[in-house]
Structures are given as structure tokens and as C-alpha cells.
Design a protein around this ligand. Structure first.
Ligand SMILES: [Zn+2]
Ligand SMILES: [Zn+2]
Length: 328
């Protein structure tokens, strides 16, 4: 019980140290007399904001137009050129259902894409001042003339080490955000923010993928795979129907419905990409890793401190006060 309390206190102190602390003077900057400024109006990251800061986009959010068109255009082609054949060749309601389900699935995929892109990925707001070493229990053992990291403020050690499930994990001090990153947090150089449980910066979504939008990203990738396989399968059904109806060869059927051929090739290529990505993220979810950790640290199952094994209810055990060390 005492250990739990200590660990909780430790966690709270660690978290308090990691998150920015706004002093009275800081608040006055945001709530300055005259026209008061909201946080998004004084945002120092590279994000774009819409609807008075209600929507937060990445700096490369223009790529959304390309991604949406890569999803929507094939579906429009499918509905425009294949719907008639499928509705006539298949039993009436089956054909209508198959054709109608495709745009519904596409709308679902696009909504997931937009949620992933417009949602805060888990940005930790910047601190306005570096943490003060004398106020921090972890660094109190460090001499006040600690040189600090390159270009960093003196007295601030560049890293701290915490023990999580028996594995030493380094947490770094972010010079830009002026805070100690909590474990699993990383600074995205494109967005210029520290993001909790940072996975990667996705150029297709134009946003960081992190703690708060990862589930929508995974749902987006996996449902895009389903959409690809759906279009691929029913393009083949359409070709088979043409071959049956005209008693012709595959090439003749493809020449009668060239759009089917193009969509088969397109969805075959894309399905490999998004299907592979879905499989990779399924593996990451099962082993509780992020893409960043997988590429950076190459955890095996024994080394990954966040791996919960087969117990989904297991929580991370963070080092107690005596185990928590400031080494470098
Ligand atoms: Zn940062
Ligand atoms: Zn980013």
C-alpha cells in the first residue's frame, strides 16, 4: 500500500514535472488585458487551426486532398461504370446492396481519415519556462552547477532514467518545449510539438499519430483495406459475369469493361500497402509498441517494458522512489 502511494506520488510528481506549469505571469500573457488570446492564438508549433481552434491540423494537411481523392475517385468509378452490370447480372436486391454498400464504406473511411487528421494527437503544450532544478525532487541530488545539455539552460540534466517494469527507460529533456518528456513521448520535427505515445507523423493524414488519434488511424487503415478488397472482389465478379454472359475470354471481358481492369490493378496494389500496414499495426498493438519504438529500439518481447503479455488489465509498474534514478 505504501509502495503504491509512493509510486503514485512519484508518478504525479513526474507528470507535474513533464507538463508545463503556467505561472501567474504566464497566464497574464494568454489572458492579457485587452483582447484576450486563446492558446491556439499563441501556439508555437506548426499546426493549423480551424473554427476558433476547435480543429487542429498538421502542417502538411493539404495532403488530405490527395488521400481523399485516392479513396473517392475509384469508388465513383466503381459506382458509375460497374453498378449497371452488377445490378442486372446479380439478383436484384443483391446487386443494389453490393453497389450501395461501396459508397457507404467509402464515407465511413473518409470520416475516419478526417477524425484522425483533425484531432489532437496528444500534444503536450509547451512550458513557458524551463523547470527549476531546486523545485524538482529528482534533480535535487544533482549539483546546481550541472552543465546542462548543449545550448540548454544550466542545471537541467539532459536525460532522466526511470525504471518501468524492471527496464531502465530514459526520458529526455526537450529544449523546444522546455519540459521532460514523459515515457513514450517524442518530439515531432514536422509539427514541432512533443506528442504523447508518439507513433509516427503520417504524410497521408498530414498529422502526427499519437495517443489520442491512434485508434482512429488504425480503424482508418484497416477499413481502407476492407474497402480495397471489396472493390477488388466485385470487379472480378463483374468480369466473371461478362465472361459468362458473352461466353468470351478474360481479355475480351476486360476490353468490354476496362474500368474493372484498372480498378483490379489499383486495388490490388493499394491492398498490399494498407493490408501490410494493418498487419504491422496489429502486431504493434498486440505487443504494445509504437512504430517509433519498433524502429528506434527494436524491442523484442523480453525487453519491451510496456509489453503487457496476455494480461490486458496489467498496468505499468513504475519504479519506486528508491529505484528512480537520475544518472545522466
Ligand atoms: Zn518537444
Ligand atoms: Zn507531426
Amino acid at each position: 500500500m505504501r509502495n503504491n502511494d509512493m509510486a503514485r506520488t512519484q508518478h504525479e510528481r513526474m507528470h507535474a514535472n513533464a507538463l508545463p506549469q503556467h505561472s501567474d505571469s504566464d497566464r497574464r500573457i494568454i489572458d492579457a488585458p485587452g483582447p484576450s488570446l486563446l492558446l491556439y492564438q499563441v501556439w508555437k508549433g506548426n499546426n493549423k487551426f480551424c473554427f476558433n481552434g476547435r480543429i487542429i491540423l498538421g502542417p502538411d494537411s493539404r495532403s488530405l486532398f490527395l488521400t481523399v481523392s485516392l479513396i473517392v475517385v475509384p469508388v465513383i468509378l466503381f459506382c458509375a461504370f460497374l453498378s449497371q452490370g452488377l445490378i442486372h447480372q446479380l439478383p436484384l436486391y443483391t446487386g443494389i446492396l453490393i453497389v450501395a454498400l461501396c459508397p457507404v464504406l467509402a464515407v465511413y473511411v473518409v470520416i475516419l481519415l478526417l477524425i484522425t487528421s483533425a484531432r489532437d494527437p496528444g500534444i503536450i503544450p509547451r512550458s513557458l519556462h524551463p523547470p527549476e532544478p531546486e523545485d524538482d525532487g529528482y534533480v535535487s541530488s544533482i549539483s546546481s552547477d550541472w552543465p546542462g545539455s548543449q545550448n540548454g539552460p544550466p542545471g537541467i540534466p539532459p536525460t532522466k532514467e526511470v525504471i518501468i517494469n524492471g527496464v531502465i527507460v530514459k526520458t529526455k529533456y526537450c529544449q523546444t518545449c522546455m519540459l521532460y518528456r514523459p515515457p513514450r513521448c517524442s518530439h515531432c520535427s514536422i509539427c514541432n510539438n512533443c506528442v504523447e505515445r508518439f507513433d509516427h507523423h503520417c504524410p497521408w493524414v498530414g498529422q502526427c499519430i499519437g495517443k489520442r488519434n491512434y485508434r482512429f488511424f488504425f480503424m482508418f487503415v484497416s477499413s481502407t483495406t476492407v474497402l480495397c478488397l471489396y472493390v477488388f472482389a466485385f470487379c472480378w465478379v463483374n468480369i466473371m459475369q461478362i465472361m459468362d454472359y458473352y461466353h468470351c475470354s478474360l481479355w475480351r471481358a476486360l476490353s468490354k469493361s476496362p474500368v474493372s481492369g484498372v480498378l483490379i490493378l489499383y486495388t490490388f496494389g493499394v491492398a498490399w500497402f494498407v493490408g501490410g500496414l494493418t498487419g504491422f499495426h496489429l502486431y504493434l498493438i498486440l505487443t504494445n509498441q509504437t512504430t517509433y519504438e519498433n524502429f528506434r529500439y527494436r524491442y523484442n518481447l523480453k525487453m519491451n517494458p510496456y509489453n503487457r503479455g496476455c494480461d490486458p488489465g496489467k498496468t505499468y509498474k513504475r519504479g519506486s522512489q528508491s529505484q528512480l534514478m537520475v544518472l545522466t
